[in-house]
Design a protein around this ligand. Structure first.
Ligand SMILES: Nc1ncnc2c1ncn2[C@@H]1O[C@H](COP(=O)(O)OP(=O)(O)OP(=O)(O)O)[C@@H](O)[C@H]1O
Length: 239
């Protein structure tokens, strides 16, 4: 079980995340939603220790998550990745295996198999020798999904995986989410638009600095909660 207790993050004295607490069980697909600037990305990064939290404890199976980061796959927003970096698709995915093989050894046969299987699962094996900068947005996202799969992690943190992707990629991502869920993995997925609020999620956290609502789709997506999180700016609810 993953536990977040009283997480708070400040940027130069300005509060971005405030007293966030929740628990996640294994085998769940959990959506984190909220308006722009609500602190969703900040929350994920602070959970991983990529930015300092001013308060809070993150535990996974009763131990600090920071001591177990090898069990977490993190897929940042596409806008945070340098797509001009000259690297082939298969090597991006192989990077997930360096923890197993080390930087200076050739990858084991097993790691090569894991990389191949991950790329096949997301429909990107035929692009294995392409440079990442030569791919479409959706294809790039699928390569990073393959990298996460190749890590053989238990917890998966995705930051806005559906931004700028095509329908095919969206379907691939949801298929993989479903497979991972059934393997007992835990998935935390930051969404951007309310329209992404698919019925495939088991639970939602609606946040705007602090948690506004938590629970199933029908518990969270009430007019009152949406108004609390987004103010009067939301005029359309899909899904
Ligand atoms: N490095 C930083 N330095 C200072 N302030 C920051 C930094 N990163 C984010 N912030 C601020 O913290 C708040 C939360 O930002 P964050 O990116 O976590 O929100 P978000 O919910 O992920 O937003 P979006 O949906 O737009 O990606 C915002 O007010 C943002 O301007």
């Amino acid at each position: 079980m993953l536990e977040v207790l009283h997480l708070a993050v400040n940027y130069r004295g300005v509060c971005a995340v405030e007293d966030v607490s929740f628990r996640l069980e294994a085998g769940q697909l959990v959506g984190i939603i909220g308006p722009n600037g609500a602190g969703k990305s900040t929350m994920l990064k602070a959970m991983l220790g990529l930015i300092p939290a001013s308060e809070g404890v993150i535990r996974y199976h009763q131990r600090s998550l920071k001591d177990q980061l090898a069990r977490v796959a993190y897929i940042p927003q596409r806008s945070q990745i340098d797509w001009d970096y000259p690297i082939a698709v298969k090597n991006v995915v192989m990077m997930a295996r360096t923890r197993h093989t080390g930087w200076f050894r050739s990858p084991s046969r097993y790691s090569q198999e894991v990389v191949k299987s991950a790329l096949m699962r997301v429909g990107m094996w035929e692009f294995k020798d392409r440079q990442i900068g030569e791919l479409s947005g959706g294809q790039q996202q699928r390569v990073f999904l393959a990298q996460a799969l190749a890590q053989e992690a238990e917890l998966f943190f995705f930051d806005e995986p559906f931004v700028g992707v095509d329908k095919k990629t969206e379907a691939v991502i949801f298929k993989v989410f479903d497979e991972l869920k059934h393997q007992g993995k835990t998935l935390l997925v930051v969404g951007h638009e309310l329209g992404e609020v698919s019925r495939q999620y088991d639970r939602f956290l609606l946040i705007n600095k602090h948690i506004i609502a938590e629970g199933t789709r029908s518990q969270v997506m009430t007019a009152e909660n949406i108004q609390k999180a987004y103010g009067d700016n939301v005029i359309l609810l899909r899904g």
